[in-house]
Design a protein around this ligand. Structure first.
Ligand code: AN7
Length: 355
């Protein structure tokens, strides 16, 4: 069979830098090669050149697909019949999609009532077994680690080295797109796999931009220096109190000359609305934390900055609606009413962000 694709799989594109042999099976949905988009408004506000790495453009709408193509391909190569993860939602959606593509079983453990609607819908429609745990993400991950020690199921959380290997390719793309000219990367930090991956990718290419990681203030174990038992933030993707890659993340930030700091929920939502209203960029709240952090702390002299937008805004329609709902204008079927509705004053609250 001839397989035609407009872009190669991430594994084919970067194979010489990834732990795969030429004959290894590849489970791909044409992930990676995501657009790098200039951000004129944020650039103006920060006083430097800022770009978005739009990871929401991946097949399931988040950066997880980079790691998942590798983790699931390796699982299939090694004969696994099932994969499992604990997840705040995006890992679950990605695992479910790649498992469906591979024709293997997928189970996901999600914190009850705590994952965004789009992610739940994706995970279910791909046919994964969704287990709603009456506990936190962190408790779910602990139990899953015990479970996989007893059963032949492949764990595809970012503890899995293939996840980190796949995700490092985003750093390769940035260096390629910017001809190596990058001073600072701003990135959300949850379980801390992604910041770890970028640093590995940069180092493998001999680059060392500074890394500014941002945690939500209510879920900031790496800033506080201890686990958070009841993490809480509007950015459900990063509602994580015990990051498994925490040590790696702290090392990455320190080696790069960067830091990990906090952004509050209101700072996250302000950035979220600003990006959508002024840049035309709809990313999920966790992703907006990278921009919120840059706006809050500044670029510290960096000339060229990339903010990683880890997931697509449609993942979490509930948060979008919660900050805009009253802006919908009802209208009877009548031209005068429509004229007033279309031309009248903006409704409160304005969708434009606070500036
Ligand atoms: C949109 O899906 O942990 O620091 O289980 O979905 O590598 O954990 C998601 C994390 C940032 C944080 N942005 O990345 C999961 C999960 C979005 C995310 C993060 C996540 P890491």
């Amino acid at each position: 069979m001839t397989i035609v694709s407009t872009r190669p799989s991430l594994i084919d594109r970067w194979r010489e830098h990834l732990p795969f042999e030429p004959d290894d099976p590849v489970v791909s949905l044409s992930e990676g090669a995501t657009p790098l988009v200039f951000a004129p408004v944020i650039s103006e506000l920060v006083g430097t050149e800022v770009y978005f790495k739009t990871e929401g453009a991946n097949p399931t709408g988040s950066f997880k697909d980079r790691g998942m193509t590798c983790a699931v391909s390796a699982a299939v190569r090694d004969g696994a019949k099932a994969v499992i993860c604990a997840s705040t939602g995006n890992t679950a959606a990605s695992a479910a999609a790649y498992a469906a593509r591979a024709g293997i079983t997928c189970a996901v453990i999600v914190p009850e009532g705590k994952i965004a609607m789009g992610k739940l819908a994706q995970t279910l429609i791909h046919g994964a077994r969704v287990v709603s745990l009456q506990g936190s993400f962190d408790e779910g991950l602990e139990l899953v680690r015990t479970l996989v020690a007893e059963h032949p199921i492949s764990l595809v959380n970012s503890l899995n080295e293939y996840r980190i290997e796949g995700q490092k390719t985003a750093a390769f793309e940035l260096l390629e797109d910017l001809s190596g000219d990058l001073d600072l990367l701003c990135i959300p930090v949850g379980n801390a796999g992604n910041i770890t991956s970028y640093w590995r990718g940069f180092r493998e290419m001999g680059a060392s931009p500074r890394l500014f990681g941002f945690q939500a203030a209510g879920a900031a174990p790496l800033v506080l220096g201890h686990p958070v038992e009841h993490p809480d933030t509007v950015a459900s993707a990063i509602r994580i109190g015990k990051p498994v890659r925490g040590e790696d993340a702290l090392t990455a930030a320190a080696e790069s000359g960067g830091t990990i700091r906090t952004v509050s929920d209101s700072e996250i939502l302000d950035a979220y609305k600003l990006m959508a209203a002024k840049e035309g960029m709809f990313a999920e709240p966790a992703s907006a934390s990278s921009v919120a952090g840059l706006l809050k702390y500044g670029a510290d002299g960096a000339r060229r900055v990339v903010c990683v937008l880890t997931g697509r805004g449609l993942k979490d329609p509930e948060v979008a609606l919660s900050v805009t709902r009253d802006a919908v204008i009802p209208c009877p079927v009548e031209i005068g009413a429509m004229e007033e509705a279309v031309l009248g004053p903006p409704r409160e609250p304005a969708t434009a962000a606070s500036q």
